[in-house]
Design a protein around this ligand. Structure first.
Ligand SMILES: C[S@@+](CC[C@H](N)C(=O)[O-])C[C@H]1O[C@@H](n2cnc3c(N)ncnc32)[C@H](O)[C@@H]1O
Length: 420
């Protein structure tokens, strides 16, 4: 594949917006494509992938660009495109010195570089990762987060079976396999446009990371129960919970964001679930929740968080989050967890989950909660996973910690809390 000046200059323009880190990267890319309707499908894919490579490898690319002429954005554009193609892709485009530079930096052994250039994390985050998880695990996560994430789907058992979905995918020329350790999960090869498939439109499956699917299983909702998804967003986990309940019982989907809840609607329509009630709330202490106090069997708190466990998908987050935003998240998480706990009936179970890798948003929140709520105990996750037929190697501790380097999922944390 050859790289053209047209693509390089578009990438420079896209990076001008992305590197301001004002908005989430996916929103910036989406907007750029909307403003440039003449870009073809292949060009869009190339630009998006190269832009994400720049976000992933920013520290290293900065190091490679030191002492070179021209704008940093131009260097980044070349390095981003080279990362997803090869130096040879530029051979007709670049003149001698620049071409030699690209060949030279591409050959650098990255493992021999200082840690900040190897991991491409900001210093504060690298230090926190190592302090929280130890050097081996912290660095393994940092390295794994430089890869792109696989594409997983969850088969909606209200509408289809795993074999049926696999055969539809095969007919469409899509390579995929069932994840043997997780019921109803399929991993897709590459990034085909799944939304166009009839099977998707008929609600046979939803796109959902395997780790996110595990969290729904951890709550283990049953038919006929009263269940509430406190931070439902666009409903990824709500739909998984509803399917596990076989649409029997009641499932409330709450969120403060009207926009996100609106995205749940078409998904619900496709899903065939009839037991879901979306509730838009102003904040965690909203009056609309008061009538449910003490009535629920199960509550999921998929808390708003830094998202630092999803760096494979959202590499911009490592540059957009700071120690201060993490602190603000922690305060919010504590308030939400305390409010959600009030909804449980005696014996009820709450799962507190995040896609963060920082103890401040995970263990610290749970431990502060337990300190203030002596009527709650932590339930170990291993027996629950076993009961749910999830064969996943997890640490013996009371909490669930999923890692891309160990489980090939996003990094998720979860704690199961029971009201005595
Ligand atoms: C991690 S996302 C949820 C993702 C969703 N559960 C899913 O599986 O697709 C966190 C959600 O919390 C919502 N949120 C933020 N503050 C909240 C609050 N005080 N009460 C309820 N939801 C809140 C956000 O709008 C966001 O949708």
């Amino acid at each position: 594949m050859r790289v053209s000046t047209y693509v390089v200059s578009h990438l420079e323009e896209l990076l001008r917006e992305l590197l301001k880190f004002q908005y989430p990267a996916d929103a910036v890319v989406h907007r750029y494509f909307k403003l440039n309707p003449k870009l073809g499908t292949r060009e869009r894919a190339l630009l998006a992938e190269a832009a994400y490579a720049v976000l992933r490898w920013r520290t290293l690319f900065q190091h490679f660009s030191d002492g070179m002429d021209g704008s940093l954005r131009h260097r980044f554009a070349l390095l981003g495109l080279c990362e997803i193609t090869s130096p040879a892709a530029f051979d007709t485009l670049l003149a001698g010195q620049e071409r030699a530079w690209l060949h030279r930096v591409s050959a650098v052994n990255r493992d021999s570089l200082p840690l900040l250039q190897q991991t491409n994390l900001p210093q504060w985050l690298l230090e926190r990762l190592i302090a929280d998880h130890g050097r081996e695990v912290g660095l393994a996560y940092a390295r794994a987060s430089l890869q792109s994430a696989p594409l997983d789907i969850r088969v909606n058992r209200m509408r289809a079976e795993v074999d049926g979905v696999l055969s539809q995918l095969q007919t469409a020329g899509i390579t995929a396999h069932a994840l043997e350790w997780l019921p109803d999960a399929i991993r897709i090869q590459g990034r085909p446009a799944l939304q166009k498939l009839e099977a998707y439109q008929q609600g046979w499956f939803e796109v959902q990371d395997a780790g996110s699917q595990v969290l729904a299983h951890l709550l283990a909702p049953k038919r006929g129960e009263m269940v509430l998804d406190f931070c439902a967003g666009a409903g990824g986990k709500t739909l998984a919970l509803g399917a596990l309940m076989r649409s029997a019982g009641r499932l409330y989907a709450c969120d403060i964001s009207e926009n996100r809840l609106a995205k749940l609607k078409p998904r619900l329509a496709r899903s065939g679930l009839s037991n879901v009630t979306p509730i838009r709330i102003e904040h965690e202490g909203d009056q609309r929740l008061k009538r449910l106090a003490g009535k629920l069997d199960k509550v999921l708190v998929d808390a708003p968080c830094s998202g630092l466990g999803t760096l494979r998908r959202n590499p911009d987050l490592k540059w957009r989050q700071t120690e201060q935003t993490v602190q603000e998240m922690q305060d919010k998480q504590q308030r939400i967890l305390a409010a959600a706990a009030k909804l449980l009936k005696p014996g009820g179970v709450l799962v507190y989950a995040t896609c963060s890798v920082l103890q401040a948003e995970n263990q610290a929140v749970v431990e502060q909660f337990l300190h203030a709520h002596s009527g709650f105990t932590v339930q170990p996750v291993t027996p629950i996973l076993k009961q749910q037929k999830i064969e996943l190697p997890v640490d013996d501790g009371p909490y669930l910690q999923l890692w891309p380097q160990q489980h090939a999922t996003d990094a998720f944390f979860a704690a199961v809390l029971q009201k005595n």
